[in-house]
Design a protein around this ligand. Structure first.
Ligand code: C5P
Length: 218
């Protein structure tokens, strides 16, 4: 069913994950964390030491990615990699493999298959533009780079990770630049997306704006 799909796109550290989880709770819809799929692929690429110019190897891994999402855990060949995929090393590799069109194509069906009743909240970069172009509700979150870096630092500190704010800011900016400027599925809002600048908004305020949008579409 394409009727009940809400897409949540935007750059890293903007609060997509928090909003997507909130919307799932409110609606009882399924959740697609597409970034976690790209991160799992990146984990596999690093683990197998695959070269970025080994296109057949990358596509083969993407097509047969041995990953399972069990509640909030990510299992790779049965091994829990939930914490491992959150590192900036994996994130940077994710955005490198994500720039390869054949890799994105190989992951498309897996993502589309998440559209199941009663509905789906899809979190990513190209959910509203490429994966679910017919979704009736599309949200695109933005925030200043400084604010996003601050949020990411807070999140990492909460997870007990030791962080360097300048390094994080630089990593985020590099990754976003790569995501925005790639030829295939760049990070851009869909024409029919509602853009929400969250720089000066609390999580509650963002959630409320998003819920208002859902109500409008029944
Ligand atoms: O959202 P998250 O930070 O987990 O995503 C990691 C990386 O995966 C992004 O920087 C982006 O390069 C890639 N990605 C993507 N398309 C998506 C989701 C993530 O290219 N739909």
């Amino acid at each position: 069913t394409t009727e009940a799909i809400v897409t949540v796109d935007g750059p890293s550290g903007v609060g997509k994950g928090t909003l997507a989880q909130y919307l799932c709770c409110k609606t009882g819809f399924h959740l697609l964390d597409s970034g976690a799929i790209y991160r799992s692929l990146a984990y596999g690429v690093l683990d197998q030491d695959l070269a970025l110019d080994n296109l057949p190897g990358l596509v083969e891994l993407a097509e047969n990615l041995p990953v399972e999402f069990i509640e909030t855990s990510i299992l790779y060949q049965g091994q829990d990699i939930t914490a491992k995929v959150r590192t900036e090393e994996v994130a940077a590799m994710a955005s490198k493999v994500a720039a390869i069109p054949e890799v994105r194509a190989a992951l498309l069906k897996r993502q589309k298959d998440y559209a199941q009743p009663p509905g789906l909240i899809a979190d990513g970069r190209d959910m509203g533009t490429v994966v679910f172009p017919n979704a009736p509700v599309k949200l695109f979150l933005t925030a200043s780079a400084e604010e996003r870096a601050k949020r990411r630092v807070k999140q990492l500190k909460n997870q007990g990770v030791d962080v360097n704010i300048r390094q994080i800011t630089q990593d985020i900016m590099e990754r976003d630049e790569r995501d925005r400027t790639r030829k295939t599925s760049p990070l851009v809002p869909a024409d029919d997306a509602l853009e929400i600048d969250t720089t000066d908004l609390s999580i509650d305020e963002v959630c409320k704006l998003a819920m208002d949008q859902l109500w409008k579409h029944g």
